[in-house]
Design a protein around this ligand. Structure first.
Ligand SMILES: Nc1nc2c(ncn2[C@@H]2O[C@H](COP(=O)(O)OP(=O)(O)O)[C@@H](O)[C@H]2O)c(=O)[nH]1
Ligand SMILES: [Mg+2]
Ligand SMILES: [Zn+2]
Length: 291
């Protein structure tokens, strides 16, 4: 049989297959192969209804893998950033956008608590939209744009990213409201009741699966400078006008990106973030020289 791993707790894998739930173990040979089935994996498994024992036999090829949380085949990352408490952190947004690009996961910038919007943050957010990113302003409290988010997540496996306090749990709770539950005994609610060590789990919202642990908790930037310069869609676009094709848009003459910043097409904050990220990947903080 073929199914999707939607939950992993202490070696017990919950598999969803044709609207049925199966709890199975992984075969020992995965350990020998140094492979671990992960939440999100599509697998071949066998199950004996009499003994209610089943095993995962094969992991199908993965689209991508995240390390923390350990999860596979993610289609979409919702980068949740609030207008206030905590305040909108565009440096973190840019870092998360890079992580998404590296993992080949489509990002959507979801700005929470949007009823608290102010002009300065709106301008910054507009710039992400202009740059070519999908941006959704929403409010779990005022129930704004929740249907829009629902339409984007349909049929996808999703991770939420964002600091604590931005409203991730509130969003999930709002999305879960009034939904029809179709899947066996598997609860769509945030069931925190049982005292088990939950490792990873998807929450099902209609035909969308949302990982209930925030993605990218470890943000190492393991890329080189030229990649960074190409990763932001609008930077890459204006780089066509740079004199040097190796331009890193720092202080080179005739730089299309610096020109776009001067012309207020690229927001100065995003350009500052870029320079800071360049510094960070060069590891300048770590260099120590004896005087
Ligand atoms: N004003 C406002 N507050 C919100 C909204 N959504 C969540 N909050 C508040 O933000 C705080 C953190 O929310 P929570 O969902 O626990 O954030 P999480 O840590 O990301 O899961 C709580 O006090 C929520 O009541 C919203 O749309 N508007
Ligand atoms: Mg939470
Ligand atoms: Zn340039």
């Amino acid at each position: 049989m073929r199914g999707t791993i939607i939950k992993l707790v202490a070696g017990d894998y919950t598999i969803l297959s044709d609207h049925q739930i199966y709890i199975v173990r992984a075969r020992g040979r995965f350990r020998n192969l140094k492979q671990t089935p992960l939440c999100g994996d599509e697998v071949e498994f066998s199950y004996d209804h009499l003994s209610q024992y089943g095993t995962i036999d094969q992991i199908l090829p993965r689209k991508n893998v995240l390390i923390r949380p350990a999860i596979a085949n993610i289609d979409l990352a919702l980068i949740i950033m609030s207008v206030e408490k905590p305040t909108f952190d565009s440096y973190l947004v840019d870092k998360l956008l890079i992580q998404c690009a590296l993992a080949h996961i489509e990002p959507i910038l979801c700005v929470s608590k949007c009823e608290k919007m102010n002009p300065a943050i709106q301008t910054l957010i507009d710039n992400y939209q202009l740059a070519g990113y999908t941006v959704i302003l929403f409010s779990a409290k005022e129930k704004i744009n929740l249907e829009t988010i629902k339409s984007y997540i349909q049929g996808k496996k999703i991770v939420l990213c964002g600091q604590s306090g931005v409203g991730k749990s509130s969003l999930i709770n709002s999305l879960c409201e009034n939904q029809t539950r179709s899947v066996g005994e598997y609860s769509s609610k945030l069931g925190r009741g049982k005292h088990q060590t939950r490792e990873t789990e998807f929450i099902q919202i209609n035909d969308a699966f949302i990982a209930d642990t925030p993605g990218f908790s470890k943000l190492n930037l393991n890329i080189d400078e030229s990649c960074l310069a190409r990763i932001f869609k609008d930077f890459d676009f204006f780089a066509n006008q740079c004199k040097y094709h190796t331009c890193l848009h720092e202080n080179e003459p005739h730089c299309g990106v610096i020109e776009a910043v001067k012309n207020k097409i690229i927001h100065p904050q995003r350009y500052q973030n870029y320079l800071q990220l360049l510094k960070e990947i060069r590891g300048e903080k770590k260099i120590w020289r004896k005087k």
